[in-house]
Design a protein around this ligand. Structure first.
Ligand code: FES
Length: 120
């Protein structure tokens, strides 16, 4: 599939420190406003699918509401991997079930006037 720029929302609809889940081209994307920048990343946590839009945004760090995993919106890297994972299973078994930690997928964002465009 060839990537294309898609207009997602108005930048004025998302205040500084706010984030929102949008479906763009059939893909759930988290749009976030941090400082003077807007970010677009996959909206579900790569750990066990937590809805990041219901988490917390501090600067460019988003915290997953389920187990507290932290990711940096700048490049999607893992700041802290799921510190509140239930300890019912060993780390090895959990790794087999849900895979190793991985960063968030990020999408290029362009602002034109009051419009936020995302390349997907
Ligand atoms: S689902 Fe996000 S940290 Fe577990």
């Amino acid at each position: 599939m060839i990537a294309q720029m898609i207009k997602v929302m108005k930048s004025s609809d998302l205040g500084d420190g706010e984030m929102k889940e949008e479906i763009v081209n059939g893909v759930k994307i988290l749009i976030a406003h941090a400082g003077n920048k807007f970010y677009a990343v996959e909206s579900r946590c790569p750990h066990m699918g937590g809805q990041l839009a219901k988490g917390k945004l501090e600067g460019t760090i988003v915290t997953c509401p389920l187990h507290g995993g932290k990711f940096d919106l700048e490049d999607g890297h893992v700041v802290q991997w799921a510190p509140r994972t239930p300890r019912l299973l060993s780390a090895t078994k959990i790794d087999k079930l849900i895979g190793h930690n991985r960063p968030l997928k990020i999408y290029p964002v362009k602002i034109e006037g009051d419009d936020i465009w995302v390349e997907i």
